[in-house]
Ligand binder design. Structure first.
Ligand SMILES: Cc1cc2nc3c(=O)[nH]c(=O)nc-3n(C[C@H](O)[C@H](O)[C@H](O)COP(=O)(O)OP(=O)(O)OC[C@H]3O[C@@H](n4cnc5c(N)ncnc54)[C@H](O)[C@@H]3O)c2cc1C
Length: 329
């Protein structure tokens, strides 16, 4: 039989969004707990170097993760690490209930889901081994590391085509490797792709293996023609994979509004279609997914959660969060 804990706010996930939400909740003197299945950091722990977080020209992903964690903990956020939330629901009495894999139950007035998402992997030899050393799932994050080098992009949808085009501002040459003979991407994106002289599409081809030089940096892809089965080598310094991204929303019980890709739709206070359930960071439907956007969302979500709790305590059963603009210290 597990233990039941009560908090004002339960935050699911200790990536940048969850830790920032914890920091703001702590500063607001809320009793907040952050539940994290691994170590604090989220995708920061899979990122070698970050060069686009304001105030830090270069910072290692794990260093930024430690700073976020320590900052949140300093202001009173509690962390429970190594626990996976299996389900999150709003009960009939209006309270939120998160159940973890160790059988414990966390009951709270509000919940903030900051569980991020997972880029879909190719599942080939060398892919995970060389992640951060030439294999990437984020063009805006890692493209600049491959100036004047040869870049391969894998995929055939909007993301792959758009990012291949984006990566030509860095790469001397960009290959788009697609397993079919036509792209799923929108026609306008395809037009842009075909008009770009730096891009060459390699049709009907899969990547079988990623290989690296003596320093462990990617230098070659083994590729296979799906029609003939012929295997050949492609010299490339980077492989960017865009074959899909799954938001981690499966734990939410009951219907919650989401976009066609499964990302949670929120209002401008980061509230989902379930009153009192907020979402922030990569799990949320939005234009881009970066550390800066994750912490921006989380700031709003934590401040909105505080207002929601105050309204609940004032007797409002379905609070509408008031306020726009201005500064909140
Ligand atoms: C390879 C790579 C490089 C990147 N480089 C940059 C960069 O240079 N600059 C930049 O701004 N952005 C970069 N990004 C994007 C950035 O890392 C993300 O936008 C950011 O981490 C999103 O933060 P988040 O908190 O929303 O989600 P995440 O970082 O994904 O954190 C989510 C957390 O939730 C936890 N979790 C999920 N489900 C559960 C559950 N059921 N129970 C408990 N815990 C759970 C996860 O373990 C994880 O710790 C990069 C991303 C990748 C993949």
């Amino acid at each position: 039989m597990g233990t039941t804990y009560e908090h004002e706010v339960v935050i699911v996930g200790a990536g940048p969004a969850g830790m920032c939400a914890g920091m703001y909740a702590g500063r607001a003197m809320l009793d907040a707990v952050v539940l994290e299945r691994g170590a604090p950091g989220g995708e920061l722990l899979n990122t070698e170097l970050i060069e686009d977080y304001p105030g830090f020209e270069h910072v290692l992903g794990h260093e930024l993760a430690t700073k976020f964690h320590d900052h949140a903990a300093k202001f009173g956020a509690q962390f429970k690490l190594g626990v996976t939330v299996k389900s999150l629901r709003k009960r009939d009495d209006g309270m939120f209930e998160a159940i973890t894999d160790d059988g414990d139950t966390y009951v709270s007035l509000t919940a903030i889901i900051t569980a991020g998402g997972t880029p879909i992997k190719l599942g080939i030899p060398g892919e995970l081994e060389y992640a951060g050393k030439g294999v990437s799932y984020c063009a805006i994050c890692d493209g600049a590391f491959f100036r004047n080098q040869v870049i391969a992009v894998v995929g055939g949808g909007d993301a792959a085509v758009e990012e291949a085009d984006f990566l030509t501002r860095y790469g001397s040459k960009v290959y788009l490797i697609h397993r079919r003979d036509e792209l799923r991407a929108s026609k306008s994106l395809q037009q842009r792709l075909f008009a770009n002289p730096k891009i060459e599409v390699i049709w009907d081809t899969t990547v079988e293996r990623v290989e690296a030089d003596a320093q462990g940096l990617v230098n070659r892809l083994r590729i296979r023609d799906v029609n003939t089965g012929v295997i050949s080598d492609l010299a490339a310094n980077a492989m960017f994979v865009f074959i899909g991204f799954r938001p981690n929303t499966g734990i939410i019980e009951g219907h919650v509004q989401h976009d066609p890709m499964g990302y949670l739709i929120t209002d401008d206070k980061m509230m989902t279609s379930i009153s009192g359930l907020f979402a922030a960071g990569d799990v949320r439907s939005q234009l881009t997914r970066q550390v800066t956007t994750a912490v921006g969302d989380a700031t709003t979500a934590a401040i909105a959660a505080e207002k929601y709790i105050k309204a609940l305590r004032d007797g409002d059963k379905e609070p509408v969060i008031q306020g726009s603009g201005g500064y909140t210290a």
